[in-house]
Design a protein around this ligand. Structure first.
Ligand SMILES: C[S@@+](CC[C@H](N)C(=O)[O-])C[C@H]1O[C@@H](n2cnc3c(N)ncnc32)[C@H](O)[C@@H]1O
Length: 257
């Protein structure tokens, strides 16, 4: 019983660290680590020193610091880890750790369609997204609590409209997640076969609609979203036409906003 309590006590220390795991994952994405490992091959494992060779830095301690980040990710199953004799220097008795992708991080590397789950990690660890979460407890305690509004004075979408960098990050996340999820849905769902016209309300950059139409070209699709979103949507002829429809609808149907 005493032993179990001691073990539980040690395990509970991980709770205070969980935010460090998220921020290490973010750092790994910002440093392009998952793409560097993926580019070395499907089952490749690289040492921190090998990865640092591909990162633009002159910091002589980069590999040491990176190794600590990679080790933290690997003990949390976000990277695989193995040991091998050190490949640099003369001391062949010295061991070094090597790191590879796991099932959890394979999708953080960009796939052949330019899609990855990295944008999700970047968005949800963005300062603007983290700040309102300090008010989670207030949502329990106060009846009208709106954390995002309290922090920024407007709702999420109005805020995104005014902050192009944040909007780009959000749209990237939506585009990538639509692609990843809808691809799977379209493999099994047949409900679009009978549809002739499809209006995607809140369709973002039109990724979902574009995917559906490319599989069912007989569908006449309309993408409807806020003007700031449509104005940065892909500018192929079709999308330009859809954007115009949306802008017209926006003018005519202001009650939507
Ligand atoms: C969660 S995102 C979904 C994006 C898209 N369906 C996709 O899968 O990529 C919600 C979308 O609704 C849009 N939106 C929010 N308020 C809206 C409004 N009042 N009228 C039209 N679109 C709106 C946002 O700009 C955003 O693109």
């Amino acid at each position: 019983m005493e032993d179990q309590r001691g073990e539980d006590h040690l395990s509970s220390w991980v709770l205070g660290n969980s935010i460090v795991i998220q921020m290490s994952l973010r750092a790994a994405i910002e440093l392009d680590i998952f793409n560097i490992i993926a580019n070395a091959g499907f089952e490749a494992q690289l040492s921190a020193a090998e990865i640092v060779e591909k990162i633009p830095t002159t910091n002589p301690n980069a590999a040491i610091t990176l190794d600590r980040i990679l080790r933290l990710l690997s003990v949390n199953s976000l990277l695989s880890m193995s040991q091998r004799p050190c490949q640099s220097g003369d001391d062949a008795t010295h061991q070094e750790m090597c790191y590879g992708l796991t099932q959890l991080t394979r999708h953080s590397a960009t796939n052949k369609d330019g899609v990855s789950s990295a944008s999700m990690v970047l968005l949800f660890s963005e300062r603007m997204m983290v700040e309102p979460q300090y008010m989670l407890k207030n949502m329990v305690l106060e009846p009208e609590c709106k954390p995002f509004y309290s922090n920024y004075g407007e709702n999420f979408y109005k805020y995104a409209a005014k902050e192009p960098k944040f909007n780009k990050l959000f749209q990237e996340f939506m585009t990538h997640s639509s692609k990843l999820f809808l691809d799977e849905v379209l493999k099994v769902y047949r409900g679009f076969e009978e549809i002739k016209e499809l209006l995607d309300v809140g369709g973002g950059m039109g990724t979902s609609l574009g995917n559906i139409i490319s599989m069912y070209p007989h569908i006449h699709g309309k993408n409807f979203d806020l003007p700031n979103v449509i104005s940065v949507a892909p500018s192929s002829q079709v999308w330009r036409m859809l954007a115009e429809i949306c802008l017209n609808l926006y003018q005519e149907q202001k009650q939507f906003y």
